[in-house]
Ligand binder design. Structure first.
Ligand code: SF4
Length: 478
């Protein structure tokens, strides 16, 4: 679609706002004020003008200039796009990734009551989304306060999965293919070396480990022996005495066995994720999963019987062919299993996935359905859980949020530490990014590992060399 921009420099913000309604549409910014070839005109002159010209829909709004022309224009775009699509996003004109962070910062400037007014009246955030941001902000503030200047967390990447889901945009290789499968032993061997070297660096710098997160991919794609070597190495090379949480994602139930669960349990892992995404067998098939909903339930029960008392389950709103009704059923089943965390994601279709991008009208319809799905989880989950973690992705349906729900005292601290950039995250494995945070100050520096497993293996020496930067950074900023 063509976005005509006349006499203002808010085109980037307006583009982001339009994208909420049309997440996958290519938006072209044009500045020729004489053209009639546009779908949305935004102009600042004697007045603020916004005009929409979509198939059969034509409307113009004008408003006087004011102290915040950008915000005023945003509200006018929101109003016209809402009228055209019939969809009024509950986050209003707020396009940011972390609403709770904005809330915390705004509150520091203008106090609690004015912040609420600002969110609701200026940003047009609905009452329920404001309450959500408020609840997350309160919880985050507590967890952030646990992080000290010498704190760090460890992230370990296992970029392998049993099969590739159709919506996946991560670098994860399906071990169904011989080529990927053959990379695993060498990958694990080098990963153990990297962990050992990273452990020494952390020890020499006197850093204090707060949390460990082994993600991917699906780490439990590794066999029992490999998992034992991995978790054993973490135990041997890092001081876990201060570690609050050790998570391993056991996302896919088709990778969960009693043997692997015991390995994890015996190596200090105290939080795992078993991710149904959906409890509908037909939707599972549609997204390329080779397991049933019952397999997920059985894997969950096996984990409970193996002594795991902190389990997360991920659900995804907006999966292809899923309906509001079947999503609600999935939410009910997740609830009946009584996990400590339920994380509800809104599907974000990225170009790296094999799902086709939806047309604007379908995207708006998908956004409405995803919104109903999330509404249902708020109603159902709020009695037993509280939202503690939230972020938005630009390509998600309706720019809706991903929310981590938790029972009291089971919040995943790694999620908050990482998202809020509280302290350094030392990362190991293919595609992992070490994020260094100065102990006193806001300086951040990233060190990138090679993305794909074959590059990780072939470029290992160089990657280890890059790790020298960790010590240099701490010497500079301590
Ligand atoms: S389990 Fe996750 S990482 Fe693996 S293929 Fe599916 S979406 Fe991608």
């Amino acid at each position: 679609m063509k976005l005509l921009v006349i006499n203002h420099n808010f085109h980037y913000e307006m583009e982001k706002l339009v994208r909420i309604f049309f997440p996958n549409e290519k938006i072209e910014v044009v500045r020729d004020e004489n053209t009639e070839d546009f779908q949305l005109l935004t102009s600042v002159g004697e007045n603020i003008t916004v005009a929409a010209r979509f198939n059969g829909f034509s409307k113009t709004l004008t408003a006087p200039l004011c102290g915040d022309n950008e915000m005023q224009m945003g509200r006018m775009v929101y109003s016209l796009m809402g009228e055209y699509t019939g969809f009024y996003p509950k986050w209003g004109v707020l396009t940011g990734v972390r609403p709770s962070k904005l809330l915390i910062n705004t509150e520091k400037e203008m106090g609690r009551e004015n912040t609420e007014r600002y969110f609701k009246n200026e940003l047009l955030v609905s009452h329920e989304k404001y309450a959500l941001a408020r609840s997350v902000a309160d919880c985050e503030e507590h967890i952030i306060s646990l992080s000290k200047p010498d704190s760090f967390s460890l992230y370990v990447s296992i970029p392998f999965c049993p099969t590739r889901c159709s919506y996946c945009s991560f670098v994860s290789h399906s071990v169904e293919t011989e080529k990927a499968k053959n990379l695993v032993p060498r990958y694990v061997e080098l990963l153990l070396k990297e962990l050992e070297i990273t452990g020494k660096i952390a020890k020499n710098l006197g850093l204090r480990l707060e949390s460990v997160y082994v993600g991917g991919g699906t780490p439990t794609t590794l066999n029992g022996e490999q998992l034992k070597a991995l978790t054993g190495t973490i135990n041997r090379c890092f001081d876990l005495s201060s570690c609050r949480e050790f998570t391993v994602e056991a996302g896919r139930p088709d990778t969960v066995t009693e043997e692997k669960l015991l390995v994890l349990k015996n190596n200090a892992v105290n939080r795992i994720s078993i991710n149904p995404q959906t409890f509908s067998d037909s939707v599972l098939k549609e997204i390329g999963r080779h397991h049933s909903a019952e397999d997920t339930i059985n894997a969950f029960k096996l984990a409970r019987n193996s002594g795991f008392d902190n389990i997360n389950m991920d659900l995804i709103a907006g999966l292809p062919t899923d309906t509001a009704e079947s999503f609600c059923r999935s939410a009910d089943i997740a609830l009946s299993l009584d996990p400590e965390n339920i994380t509800v994601h809104t599907l974000a279709v990225k170009r790296a996935s094999s799902i086709g991008l939806a047309s604007p009208s379908i995207a708006a319809e998908n956004a409405k359905i995803a919104s109903q799905m999330l509404d249902y989880t708020y109603e159902k989950f709020k009695n037993n859980y509280h939202p503690y973690y939230m972020y938005r992705q630009s390509k998600s349906a309706g720019s809706l949020e991903n929310v981590g729900w938790s029972r009291e005292g089971f919040e995943c601290v790694y999620n908050i530490f990482m998202m809020e950039e509280c302290h350094t995250i030392l990362s190991c494995g293919g595609g992992a990014v070490t994020k260094l945070k100065a102990p006193s100050g806001d300086e951040i520096e990233r060190i990138f590992n090679f993305k794909y497993p074959f590059e990780y293996i072939s470029g290992f020496e160089e990657l280890i060399d890059r790790k020298k930067r960790i010590t240099q950074f701490y010497n500079t900023y301590s």
